[in-house]
Design a protein. Structure first.
Length: 755
DNA sequence: GGAGCTTCAATTTTT
DNA sequence: TTGAAGCTCC
């Protein structure tokens, strides 16, 4: 087994341990993916049929990379037969296969976040509720977390705890919304992201023979990023592995950054309970980063209380210190980083792809884009409005969806009057009323006016009929026409192509190009079909809902600077990493400052960011930042101070210190320039000119008294039990019936005093 | 029915 | 600042 030679002792042991339940806890850069790929290759070398292996990842990208790496070890053919993909992708396929038994059409639609929110909004309005109180995104979060815990609408309604939480937060009708949402999705033949896992659980629960079939198929199951799985995923894995118990999960609790969306670190603990005789392997040697970076990351993560004991170390060089750069404004931050990349590239002759700029939120990308563009540096940007989220792309895809599944009402509403064909709101209102009165869907009405008469004028009716018959003519050919051919015809007949072609504005041109891009993507997809079969448009649709920007890597994007959120960077590595926007209320985000758990997650996010860097890492913050229109002062992130000072070197921008020199920590400490900073035991991280953080809740802070009843945005009503500390760090202990006792910093907590 | 104007709200992360 | 949603006027 010569390919095992490249592994260290621990890695090798975890690879050759074939049977039984096992867990690999792997520090950042310790070769987690390596172990997984080698393990799969090793299984095959021991004559395990690739058809019997299931490998679940968190992102499509991870799956693809793993597949490529396995192919290098065992060859394309065998690699191809391993079932590998994200939870969502793998189980959406399985669901398609058995859709009929749970009452769904084979061509069920997958609603993305936009579709879901839009449907929720419709429902909220139909129920006569105020969408300022029942904000669609909030409602979505609530329903999503219910689904991830396998709570159906019916169970939601009778769950005393949940119902009381909703009542406390002033949203007693949430269960109604959930109920309607559930049935509307079902009628539309649509599943949202959470449904893909939820319904898989139902399928396996209610149809044991189907579960059994997959239990036999998947003799070996591997799960990557186990710390990011939610309860729903956990249960799927547990059920599938129940027969053979050849289950290998790999993860790192320190990199758990998706608790906000239901990931449950308990799953690691559950594992010990479910499989008491499991084997535990730890990979602690980091091969990626310099000593400085590894040590800095360790010192940051040690601030977290909740973690599994691990000792991550490296035998790599010490490397350079981590630079901490202060800029005056966010625009300057952009320029500074762009210049730094320019200089480093010149000096060291590196590729652009060696550099990454990582930020907390997508909205931060703009100054960097501008600065890079000015210097003529090529970059690629992930996230934000992804290609598949663009209006024009979604519009065309909506036609496809409607052809595959006419009951898909979100798609229908999107395109029935786009391009403009004279079917306006008043017609749609009439149709909706008729549909509701008869308890049928919109499509039922518009495809059969004789059964469902609608009081709209003949002209509009004729236009609708034309639209319907166009779609029907495509639907008939869906299964025997190649996806590309059909897609092209749809783009033409629908009028979308012409509409965009006629728009000669720069945006219009780019929209047209995006449609062409989508079509050529479909072309590629259609041509990748196996012999004797065709890839149809419904096959394409099956994949497309689960694709993100990161999955659309183009050849010409290879040598470019990477801009992405830290979340998106998970699992990646770069020689030079810039972590920008290192400011309080941005990173850590102000949304997480209410609880220790959330702050710890944010810290793990910073840990992930740091450990992306191989050779060099720069932290950067701006003293002033534009936030919806006006300039706001900000303070350096607390996370900077959590790094042991000996790993840091401080510098400020030329404009700020006047001399164009960069400062080392000592000079910085000595107060050069003396007028601007005072000598402290710690490097002075306070922005110039600002003393203490401003208490933006000063009135509240002084007037709040023990015994007050208050309302909190998230926790609902509560009573103040204790007040401690002085402004601006004044804290209150508040008891919330919905979520227990919380200690809140008054300067951050958005509280309202009731009495 | 639709274009164009004004207002208003929002800003966390993603399958 | 941006984008969506609502409103007015044709």
């Amino acid at each position: 087994m010569e390919f095992l030679d490249g592994l260290n002792q621990n890695q090798r042991e975890s690879v050759i341990n074939m049977d039984g339940p096992m867990m690999v806890i792997a520090g950042a850069g310790a070769g987690k993916t390596r172990v997984l790929t080698y393990k799969i290759a090793y299984l095959m070398s021991k004559n395990i049929d690739p058809f019997n292996i299931l490998a679940l990842t968190f992102t499509n990208k991870a799956a693809r990379e793993m597949k490529d790496r396995i192919a290098k070890l065992v060859g394309d053919n065998d690699a191809k037969n391993v079932t590998m993909g994200t939870f969502h992708a793998v189980f959406s396929r399985i669901l398609r296969h058995h859709a009929n038994v749970i009452g769904y059409p084979t061509n069920f639609t997958i609603y993305d976040t936009q579709d879901t929110k839009s449907l929720l909004k419709t429902i909220i309005r139909e129920l006569g509720l105020d969408d300022k109180i029942y904000k669609p995104s909030l409602v979505y979060g609530r329903i999503s977390s219910a689904k991830n815990n396998l709570i159906s609408a019916a169970q939601y309604e009778i769950n005393a705890e949940i119902v009381s939480e909703d009542r406390m937060s002033g949203k007693p009708q949430l269960f109604q919304i959930y109920k309607h949402y559930e049935s509307r999705c079902f009628k539309a033949g649509a599943m949202d992201f959470d449904d893909l896992l939820f319904k898989t659980n139902l399928l396996f629960r209610d149809f044991p023979q189907i579960l059994n079939q997959y239990q036999h198929k998947f003799k070996y199951i591997l799960v990557d990023e186990y710390q990011d799985t939610n309860y729903s995923q956990y249960l799927i894995v547990k059920k599938l592995a129940a027969l053979h118990e050849n289950l290998c999960v790999v993860g790192d609790d320190a990199q758990s950054i998706y608790a906000f969306r239901g990931a449950n670190i308990e799953n690691i603990l559950n594992f010990k309970r479910d499989y008491p005789d499991f084997k535990l392997f730890k990979l602690e040697q980091n091969y990626r980063s310099t000593k400085t970076i590894v040590d800095a990351a360790n010192s940051v993560i040690s601030n977290n209380k909740n973690q599994i004991q691990k000792d991550v170390w490296t035998s790599n060089d010490q490397g350079n210190k981590i630079k901490v750069h202060r800029s005056l404004t966010d625009n300057e931050e952009g320029k500074v980083i762009a210049n730094s990349i320019f200089d480093s590239k010149q000096a060291k002759g590196l590729d652009y792809s060696s550099f990454a700029i990582l930020y907390r939120t997508n909205a931060q990308s703009r100054p960097f884009e501008e600065a890079l563009r000015k210097l003529g540096l090529p970059y690629k940007i992930y996230g934000g409005t992804s290609f598949y989220q663009r209006k024009e792309v979604k519009d065309l895809i909506a036609y496809f969806r409607l052809i595959a599944n006419p009951n898909d009402e979100e798609a229908l509403k999107r395109v029935i009057n786009y391009p403009k064909r004279g079917i306006g709101n008043s017609s749609m209102d009439e149709i909706t009323i008729t549909a509701n009165r008869n308890g049928v869907g919109l499509w039922d009405v518009i495809s059969d006016f004789s059964t469902y008469p609608v009081s709209i004028n003949a002209g509009a009716q004729a236009k609708i009929k034309g639209f319907v018959s166009m779609l029907q003519s495509f639907s008939i050919r869906l299964d025997e026409t190649s996806g590309y051919d059909l897609a092209q015809e749809v783009a033409k007949s629908s009028g979308i192509l012409k509409e965009l072609y006629d728009d000669k504005s720069p945006e219009g041109v780019s929209r047209y190009e995006n449609i062409q891009g989508l079509l050529s993507g479909i072309k590629e997809f259609s041509m990748s079909a196996e012999e004797d079969s065709i890839n149809t448009l419904s096959d394409f649709l099956m994949d497309v809902a689960l694709l993100t920007d990161a999955d659309k890597e183009k050849e010409e994007d290879k040598d470019k600077i990477t801009l992405m959120t830290i979340h998106a960077a998970k699992g990646l590595e770069f020689p030079f990493v810039y972590i920008v926007g290192m400011e309080e209320n941005l990173f850590p985000s102000q949304m997480v400052l209410n609880s220790r758990e959330e702050l710890e997650e944010e810290r793990r996010l910073f840990y992930v960011a740091l450990t992306r860097a191989e050779q060099s890492c720069t932290l950067s913050y701006a003293v002033n930042r534009f936030k919806w229109g006006n300039l706001q002062r900000s303070e350096p992130s607390r996370f900077i101070e959590e790094i042991d000072e000996i790993h840091l070197s401080f510098e400020a921008s030329a404009t700020e210190i006047g001399g164009g020199r960069s400062l080392n920590a000592r000079a910085f400490n000595k107060g050069i320039p003396s007028s601007q900073s005072s000598i402290t035991s710690k490097p002075n991280l306070r922005p110039i000119g600002s003393s203490k953080p401003k208490a933006n809740n000063s009135d509240l802070s002084s007037s709040l008294k023990v015994g007050h009843n208050v309302v909190h945005e998230q926790f609902g009503k509560g009573k103040v039990i204790q007040i401690s500390g002085d402004a601006p760090d004044k804290k209150a202990v508040i008891f919330f019936p919905s979520s227990g006792q919380k200690t809140l910093l008054l300067r951050f907590a958005k509280l309202e005093i009731i009495d």
